[in-house]
Design a protein around this ligand. Structure first.
Ligand code: AMP
Length: 504
């Protein structure tokens, strides 16, 4: 069996790995570390959980001398969480080599990050947006960087970071070594590799030997009303460390409130949860004081949490790739895990593509679901607000509904009468909704229509004409549906892209 020493890894790094409990290298480590240490560019198709961070960390520690003034290595990752995790792993692996690392990500104050850069650091780990900003501000000196790692490159492209990546890579010397890791191999990823790497050695680690081997995959056919009962039954039977995936931020919030009201200790993470609160929740989950994490896809992406026993797809993901990413949270580094998908009757056709993607069969979970009443959620009453007398509108005469009086009002020099107003408010009048998905997202009109139907529950007959633009589309709806549909869609993602929709 290959050892870490056989791969050419230094004694200091092996000592740190030993303390981390790593005894044998993973397949991606065996295949990639010697190639990287020999100085070649590398393109590895490796899923999360395969040990890819340890792979590039070993290469970095072997090739880069510690103690730089200006950064020598840049690692780009798609999310803040992954950035933090990678930095933590770098710090552990460099315990005896003395390499220093800093995390650079948005949503928090710039000054601590800048001051760490000013003090001198070897390795910068960051998200593309903030890294680009710091390069433009000249707070991040990219002139001494000799190694670049693109981690989860496919996710970075999915999340719209392509322009930022191009900018950043154009500011780094062409004499560098570039290592790219991606779970999938799309034409866009290939283009990125061709443009920015020199004769990269290609490694395909995950396809023939999926890390999903250790995950037992089950499904239950449910309807909306029985999902929570099914979840509680599973939790009550096993008390597992569980990550539950919901489609939208709102659903994450609603379910978390219900679970808390029902006595479960649950934490919610999604894009609107403040960064420091997210970190607290993730840490609580890591240290075991919280056993139930309810999350959206974006928030949970790249989370490196060991010992997760269950992943529950409370809402099914939109595509098989996201399914694989979700269930990759369990079965990490040689541990067994269970994934349970709550599939609604109309979603049964999702099973086959998932089985094709994973190369494994989903089995029906034999579960007697225990019914339980809806918990009572006590909400604080909103504070009463009284408008000052002069700000209150004119009183509507008693017995006369607002809007029935024949009055006209002047707004910006244009006069409207109430019949115009009524027409605008006609609930069945057509309204146009703009959504930030267009031809460049490789979505057809039919797929867009299906996406809206699946995400919001609106029947397809209530969707009118769709006009596709390059970056956005205009969808005709009834006014009465418009606001809800736009609000619901704005909680969703399509292939990793956060959706923005609004009535115009
Ligand atoms: P990654 O693919 O980098 O997200 O790694 C997944 C998990 O595997 C992390 O918790 C690593 O700490 C762990 N890991 C990486 N390499 C090894 C190894 N050789 N032996 C045991 N665990 C490892």
């Amino acid at each position: 069996m290959t050892t870490f020493a056989d791969l050419g890894i230094s004694k200091e790094v092996i000592k740190a790995m030993d303390e981390m409990g790593w005894t044998v290298p993973t397949p991606v480590q065996v295949a990639a570390i010697p190639v990287g240490l020999a100085g070649h560019d590398l393109f590895a198709q490796a899923q999360t959980g395969t040990g890819k961070t340890g792979t590039y960390a070993s290469i970095i520690m072997g090739k880069i001398r510690a103690g730089s003034k200006a950064p020598a290595v840049l690692i780009l990752t798609p999310t803040r969480e992954l950035t933090i995790q990678v930095t933590e792993e770098m710090e552990k692996i460099s315990k005896y080599t003395g390499h220093s690392s800093v995390s650079i990500y948005g949503g928090v104050s710039l000054s601590p990050q800048i001051s760490k850069l000013e003090h001198g650091v070897d390795i910068v780990v960051g998200t593309p947006g903030r890294v680009k900003d710091l390069i433009i501000r000249r707070d991040l000196n990219s002139s001494k960087i000799t190694m670049v790692v693109l981690d989860e490159a496919d996710r970075m492209l999915d999340m719209g970071f392509s322009k930022d990546l191009e900018f950043i890579l154009s500011k780094i010397s062409k004499q560098r070594q570039t290592l790219m890791f991606s779970a999938t191999m799309s034409p866009d990823i290939k283009r990125l590799a061709v443009r920015h790497m020199i004769n990269p050695e290609e490694l395909l680690v995950s396809k023939d030997k999926p890390v999903l081997d250790l995950i037992k995959q089950y499904y239950i056919i449910t309807d909306v009303d029985s999902k929570r009962n099914a979840l509680c039954t599973i939790l009550d039977n096993n008390d597992p460390r569980t990550i539950v995936f919901c489609h939208t931020k709102r659903k994450v919030n609603q379910l978390t409130k219900k679970m808390l009201a029902d006595g479960y200790i649950a934490g919610a993470i999604h894009g609107d949860v403040a960064q420091n609160k997210r970190e607290k929740i993730i840490n609580a989950f890591k240290d075991g004081s919280l056993n139930l994490l309810i999350a959206t896809d974006v928030a949970a992406r790249g989370l490196d949490i060991d010992d997760v026993t269950y992943v529950i797809n409370y809402d099914m993901p939109n595509d098989p790739e996201t399914y694989v990413h979700r269930i990759g949270r369990v079965g990490r580094a040689g541990k067994e895990g269970i994934a349970v998908s709550f599939i609604m009757h109309e979603e049964r056709n999702m099973i086959k593509p998932i089985e094709k993607q994973t190369g494994m069969t989903l089995e029906i979970l034999d579960l007697e679901i225990i019914e339980r009443p809806d918990p009572i959620i006590i909400r604080p009453l909103p504070p009463k607000k009284f408008a000052p007398a002069e700000k209150r509108g004119p009183k509507v005469p008693y017995g006369k509904a607002a809007g029935t009086a024949k009055t006209t009002s002047k707004v910006s020099g244009k006069s409207y009468n109430n019949s115009d107003f009524k027409k605008k408010k006609d609930p069945d009048a057509p309204a146009s909704m703009e959504i930030n998905l267009g031809c460049s997202d490789k979505i057809t009109k039919g797929e867009l229509c299906n996406f809206i139907v699946n995400s919001t529950g609106i029947p397809s007959r209530d969707i009118g004409s769709i006009i596709m633009g390059e970056k956005s589309a205009f969808v005709e709806l009834r006014r009465k549906d418009g606001d809800n549909v736009a609000a619901d869609l704005s909680d969703y993602e399509y292939k990793g892209k956060e959706i923005k929709a609004r009535l115009i």
